[in-house]
Unconditional design. Structure first.
Length: 218
């Protein structure tokens, strides 16, 4: 399966069968730069803010998922778990849906704009994860230290940070460095580009690997 970072919290996930999922498409008005238009079989929106629900950026007629539930779409199992966009049970910014996907035998989790601290209850609700996509920029979401706690509790094989400040980003959030500094250098894998491919055979490391995509385009 292939993971392509489209900027901010948006990823395009492609199974070997060709089934595609796009997570949290965004609007230039909020983020500060354009999201390249693309197609998908499924689009997931963690919540209804413009930097996470720009369905107009997806061509075709995808299935749009934005609530809690369980689905099977073209051989891909999808589920979502309720969480909050803040540390006040949603009173400040509302709900957030955490989406989980099983593609080519790989369990992927997109945390959306999670704003609450990690708890054993929430981690148990999500279950085991091979690839964790998690915000690290703080202010509107958890920050780097809170994200690291999620990693320590959930113990994914791979973590992909998202929702952080880049050179073109207009969002008031922190850069990636603070999160990266919480890991040993040998855990960091820097990618020349914005995509990577995985299968079950890749997940045999004793420690979590942090994927850092090339940020030049964003």
């Amino acid at each position: 399966m292939k993971i392509e970072w489209l900027g901010h919290s948006c990823f395009k996930l492609t199974e070997s069968t060709g089934t595609t999922i796009v997570t949290d498409p965004f609007d230039k008005e909020i983020v500060g730069f354009d999201m390249t238009k693309t197609t998908a079989d499924v689009v997931t929106c963690s919540h209804q803010h413009k930097d996470h629900n720009a369905i107009v950026r997806i061509d075709g007629e995808p299935l749009v998922l934005s609530e809690c539930g369980f689905w099977e779409v073209k051989g891909v199992d999808i589920s979502s778990v309720l969480s909050y966009h803040d540390d006040r049970l949603g009173k400040k910014r509302g709900e957030n849906k955490i989406f989980k996907f099983r593609m080519d035998g790989v369990d992927l989790c997109h945390m959306g704009d999670i704003g609450e601290d990690c708890t054993v209850r929430l981690a148990d609700g999500i279950g085991s994860v091979n690839v964790l996509m998690i915000p690290v920029g703080g202010n509107y979401t958890i920050d780097a230290k809170q994200a690291k706690k999620y990693v320590d509790i959930m113990m994914p094989d791979v973590v992909i940070p998202m929702h952080f400040k880049t050179s073109k980003s207009a969002v008031d959030i922190e850069k990636l460095d603070e999160f990266i500094d919480l890991f040993d250098e040998e855990q960091i894998r820097r990618i020349n580009g914005q995509s990577i491919e995985f299968d079950r055979a890749h997940f045999d490391s004793d420690s979590t690997v942090v994927i850092v995509f090339d940020q030049e385009a964003f």
